[in-house]
Design a protein around this ligand. Structure first.
Ligand code: GRF
Length: 219
């Protein structure tokens, strides 16, 4: 069977952000949009948490926000179906998970194939899941870091776009390591989104190739 190849679109795009918490990665993406480093606009900031600080910041920044209460939906499938509808209404080309603490249903992932990215605070495929900074310390790894990856139905396992490594230092706590990793998250997440809309991300199977700028033009 021929290998499926996806090339990200070179266009002025629309981004939907999904978050559950403080939203620092969302802010860095928005800053990059405002500074013209990402050729896109943010058409929706969505949260499953009404009081997520990131949602309040988005409102202050004049962006369209939406909260949907998961408790008002019979199950995850119905909830995710509604989010898909809302995201589609805004014409989003790319969904950026930015500390979104709900696992997406397979139907959601399939509805936006190659169009969902996530930031994870570890060097995947090591340490998927939660509390990964503490896990990295407990394992005694010398380096950890962060990963921007496409989202596939298997949690934290989609094709890797960018990674950055940081040392794990003696005496690190979950907090100190998380803070060191976050500095790198704030660099590579906007960079990955920028590459996406430059048409420079080519996905072949599990691997993502970053095309040279000049060759990045898609027809
Ligand atoms: C980050 O550490 C990110 O890697 C993880 O959730 C955290 C979100 O932080 N997925 P913030 O809300 O972007 O500040």
């Amino acid at each position: 069977m021929a290998e499926e190849i996806f090339v990200s679109p070179r266009k002025h795009g629309r981004i939907a952000i999904l978050l559950s918490g403080r939203g620092s990665n969302f802010m860095k993406i928005h800053d990059a949009v405002l500074e013209g480093r990402i050729d896109a606009e943010i058409s929706l900031v969505f949260s499953n948490k009404e009081d997520a600080p990131g949602l309040l910041i988005a409102r202050e920044r004049g962006l369209e926000t939406l909260f949907l209460n998961p408790k008002l939906f019979p199950d995850r499938d119905e909830y995710d179906r509604e989010i898909v509808r809302e995201v589609r209404k805004r014409g989003a080309d790319l969904i950026c998970l930015a500390g979104y603490m709900k696992v997406l249903t397979p139907a959601f992932c399939n509805a936006f194939r190659n169009r969902i990215v996530n930031i994870h605070p570890a060097l995947l495929p090591s340490f998927p899941g939660l509390h990964v900074q503490q896990k990295a310390i407990d394992w005694g790894v010398r380096f950890s870091g962060c990963t921007v990856h496409f989202v596939a139905a298997e949690v934290d396992m989609g094709p890797i776009v960018l990674q950055a490594a940081v040392p794990v230092l003696p005496g690190d706590t979950e907090e100190t390591l998380a803070a060191r990793i976050l500095v790198e998250e704030h660099k590579i997440y906007p960079e990955a989104v920028s590459l996406y809309f430059q048409g420079r991300l080519e996905v072949r199977g599990r691997r993502v190739y970053i095309r040279e700028g000049a060759e990045g033009r898609t027809p």
